[in-house]
Design a protein around this ligand. Structure first.
Ligand code: ATP
Ligand code: MG
Length: 436
């Protein structure tokens, strides 16, 4: 990460410096050029004045001094009369040169071109004298490279300083960035003193911790409940067996004692079966085979399975609706509908009725189970889906419930992404609706 920051910092520095460097050198160059041109013009005007006053004699005097500006005197015909730097081109006719033509016409003229004499870019400035001749001053122009070379060492110096600065800044910043993360207390994320940008991470860590805690608490509660539920029937079994062992039981009571032991043992088996189902549903990625299940046919099977129980309690059970094909796990769907129907029979009154309806609605496929039973108090409608929760503990004892049935229903619904709606009135009955 630090290397990345350093790299991007370096890139920014280099681009900035390069741009500044280019801008500076061009500005500098243009300035120098303008200054030079102004100097040449000024010199020309000065020499012109001198010439007007003292004639060609002045030029001969000037010859003795070393002047960097070249002075040329040209007559009306374009012949060179005087040149401060004589060479082979001096004696060419100058009449066609741009600056001379312009000076002859308008009084002054200027031009920039590569000089044949020196082979460099040269600036020319010409003025017409009183006697009709033309005085021309010229100077070669330095190209850009020397200018650049002059600034270059400074730029290198700045680059070195900047790079060092970037290195240390990046190092310092990343250390500051990392320090709170390394010293983080994951057990209490919100208790850490960190910078603003890190807060969302801590909040989500905190959420996760809480969720973990909740699951942990649920597990603990569940195992406590399980142990308790297992202990009760086992205590009875062991009690009855102890009495029988002592030989105190009369031959006639033997059957009833055995029956009690048998009942308690059956209860234990059901309970353990339920716990196994629940823990299977709890495993998040259970891979159960899904298939097309006709919920109506399934409900009919369940009803006939429960017919005997219903008869014993003198409860009438009826089924209505239409064939509904649903893609799900048959075993889980069976357990869900079975548990709801079983409850409707168990928590019913003598001579009561249970009606089951299966079919399609505008909202989706539905299984509705209605009973004319004892009903569920309003404030406990949610709680009945909790594990081991029973509304009336003493009553449940005789119906043999463990309180796990609806918990299995709830988990089955979650697995199938189904919703459960409960409507109930104490003393009148209950209506449970599963929307797939
Ligand atoms: P299990 O189903 O494990 O044998 P259970 O029937 O007691 O035991 P659940 O099916 O989870 O457990 O139901 C929880 C409680 O909700 C029941 O004990 C009962 O008090 C109440 N309940 C469930 N269905 C009905 C109903 N149709 N009418 C009245 N009360 C009901
Ligand atoms: Mg039940």
């Amino acid at each position: 990460m630090r290397a990345k920051i350093q790299k991007s910092m370096l890139l920014v520095i280099c681009v900035t410096l390069l741009a500044t460097f280019l801008l500076l050198s061009t500005t500098f160059y243009v300035e120098t050029l303008n200054d030079m041109k102004a100097d040449v013009r000024q010199e020309a005007v000065y020499v012109q004045t001198a010439l007007d006053i003292s004639g060609v004699q002045y030029l001969e005097d000037m010859d003795k001094a070393q002047v960097s500006t070249r002075m040329t005197l040209i007559n009306k015909e374009g012949e060179v009369v005087y040149d401060s730097m004589k060479d082979e081109y001096t004696f060419e006719n100058h009449a066609e040169r741009e600056e001379i033509k312009s000076a002859l016409k308008k009084g002054t003229g200027e031009a920039t071109r590569t000089s044949k004499t020196v082979g460099k870019q040269t600036y020319y400035y010409a003025i017409r004298l009183e006697n009709g001749m033309v005085l021309r001053a010229s100077k070669t122009i330095d190209n850009l490279i020397p200018t650049i070379l002059r600034i270059f060492p400074y730029i290198i110096g700045i680059v070195v300083i900047m790079v060092m600065l970037a290195y240390f800044m990046a190092k310092w910043q990343t250390e500051r960035l990392i320090a709170p993360i390394n010293t983080l207390n994951p057990a209490n994320p919100l208790g850490n003193d960190v910078y603003e940008e890190l807060k969302p991470l801590l909040v989500s860590m905190d959420k996760q911790n809480r969720a973990k805690e909740d699951v942990e608490n649920m597990r603990r509660e569940f195992s406590a409940n399980v142990s308790h539920e297992l202990k009760t029937p086992l205590t009875s079994i062991s009690g009855y067996a102890e009495i029988m062992k002592s030989g105190l039981v009369k031959e006639a009571d033997m059957i009833s004692f055995s029956e009690r032991i048998y009942n308690e043992a059956s209860r234990l088996i059901t309970l353990i079966g339920d716990i196994i189902k629940l823990s299977k549903l709890d495993e998040e990625n259970i891979e159960l085979e899904k298939e097309w299940v006709d919920l109506y046919t399934l409900s009919r099977e369940i009803c006939s399975r429960l017919a005997l129980t219903a008869e014993k309690r003198n409860v009438q059970i009826e089924l209505a609706g239409e064939a509904v094909s649903y893609y799900g796990v048959r075993q889980i769907l069976d357990e869900m509908i079975h548990n709801i129907c079983e409850n409707a029979i168990k928590y019913n009154v003598d001579g009561g009725r249970v009606s089951v309806w299966v079919g399609n609605t505008l909202q989706g496929m539905k299984v509705i189970v209605e009973d004319t039973g004892i009903g569920i108090p309003e404030d406990q409608k949610e709680r009945i889906f909790e594990r081991f929760y029973r509304v009336d503990k003493s009553h449940s004892k005789e119906t043999g419930g463990t309180g796990l049935g609806l918990s299995i229903v709830k988990h089955g619904a979650i697995f199938h992404h189904a919703q459960i709606y409960v409507e109930s009135e104490v003393g009148k009955g209950t209506r449970m609706e599963v929307l797939f």
